[in-house]
Write a protein that binds this ligand. Structure first.
Ligand SMILES: [Zn+2]
Ligand SMILES: [Zn+2]
Length: 161
C-alpha cells in the first residue's frame, strides 16, 4: 500500500481530531484547550526518578524517597503528567491500535529524554508478555523505541539484534 493511500486511509479512519477529547481541530495532536492543560515534565525534577519539583533545586538534587531508598535504576524520565487529558491518548496508543500517535509521542520522548539519550548507547524497549503482545498485536514501547532511535543517534537494540 502506497504511503499516500495509507495516510489518506488513516485520515478517513482517524480524521484530524484532538487525540484527547476527540473534538475537531487537533491537526497537531491536541486541540488548543487540551494542549493548554497538558503538563509536560520539563521543569525542575528529581535527578533520579524524574518526579517534578515545585521549585528549582540544585542541579542533581534528588527527591526524598530517592534519597531514602535509591531506586534500582540510575535515571528515569517521563514526558508528561498522567491525568484525565493525557490518559486518553496514552490508552489509545496502548490498546486501540493508534499507531498514528507514535511519531508525536516519540518527538516528546526525545525532548524529555534528550540528556539521557545523549549519554546512552542503546534504546531497549520494555518487553511485552507474549500473551499481551498477541492481544495488542504490537509492543507500543518497541514502536516508540524504533521511532525515537530515528530521531536520535542512539541505536535501537532491535536494529542490532
Ligand atoms: Zn482536546
Ligand atoms: Zn526521585
Amino acid at each position: 500500500m502506497g504511503m499516500e493511500l495509507k495516510s489518506g486511509l488513516l485520515d478517513v479512519l482517524f480524521p484530524p481530531v484532538c487525540i484527547a477529547c476527540r473534538e475537531p481541530g487537533g491537526s497537531s495532536g491536541f486541540c488548543a484547550q487540551c494542549w493548554s492543560t497538558i503538563q509536560f515534565l520539563d521543569g525542575p525534577l528529581c535527578a533520579s526518578c524524574g518526579i517534578p519539583f515545585d521549585v528549582a533545586l540544585l542541579e542533581g538534587a534528588c527527591c526524598a524517597p530517592c534519597l531514602a531508598r535509591p531506586p534500582a535504576f540510575d535515571k528515569a524520565r517521563a514526558i508528561l503528567r498522567y491525568d484525565d487529558v493525557s490518559r486518553l491518548p496514552i490508552l489509545a496508543l496502548k490498546h486501540a491500535d493508534r499507531l498514528d500517535l507514535v511519531p508525536g509521542f516519540a518527538l516528546w520522548l526525545e525532548r524529555a529524554g534528550r540528556r539521557l539519550l545523549d549519554s546512552s548507547d542503546l534504546i531497549v524497549p520494555v518487553p511485552l508478555h507474549r500473551g499481551r503482545l498477541w492481544r495488542r498485536r504490537y509492543n507500543q514501547a518497541a514502536e516508540l523505541a524504533r521511532a525515537g532511535a530515528v530521531l536520535t543517534d542512539v541505536i535501537n537494540a532491535f536494529a542490532v539484534s
